[in-house]
Design a protein around this ligand. Sequence first.
Ligand code: IMP
Ligand code: MG
Length: 183
Amino acid sequence: MHNDIDTILISTDEIQAGLIRTGKEITAYYGGDEFTAVGVLKGAVVFMADLVRNIDAHLEMAFVGASSYREGTTSGKLELNFFPHEGEIKGRRILLMDDILDTGRTMSALKAEFLERGAAEVKTCVFLDKPSRRAVDMEADFRCFEVDDLFVVGYGLDYAGRYRNLPFVGALKSAVYEAAASC
Ligand code: IMP
Ligand code: MG
């Protein structure tokens, strides 16, 4: 698997430093108040598991399964495959966590959905931010790293379901895409 990587863009050590920094920001923001961290499956799982261990606050963990319709629509409509039950949302302070903020459609639609379902507050936190790709008015409240407009994998981010378990963020060799295209 490691042989498929062309360049390492964010090393394991850099990720660790980013987690400590972001964890402190989140700890300071909540100031001892309790909240619920909600991870967007599947990409947020690796990031969330590490980040929550850098937050000094009482928190609960929940997950949401969501994918936004990407190609051929600008509606930002969200397909929910899995959602926390009402008791985990109503009146709660929610911190949504995702692997990457790209067009912003997923986070924007999820934020609206949680507010509609009665959350007291919805904040957002992403491992990576690709601001050059934004298609909707959405900024993350917390983010670890900004990246250029380049497809990246690792640390939760996948290509065709693979590479989520890489301990760093990297760019794939073009041969990987070429091999997939010829299948
Ligand atoms: P958004 O709704 O366009 O912000 O979509 C964000 C989702 O697109 C992420 O949760 C990822 O699943 C996927 N995505 C966007 N950019 C990348 C990338 O560079 N690598 C892997 N997945 C990506
Ligand atoms: Mg994803």
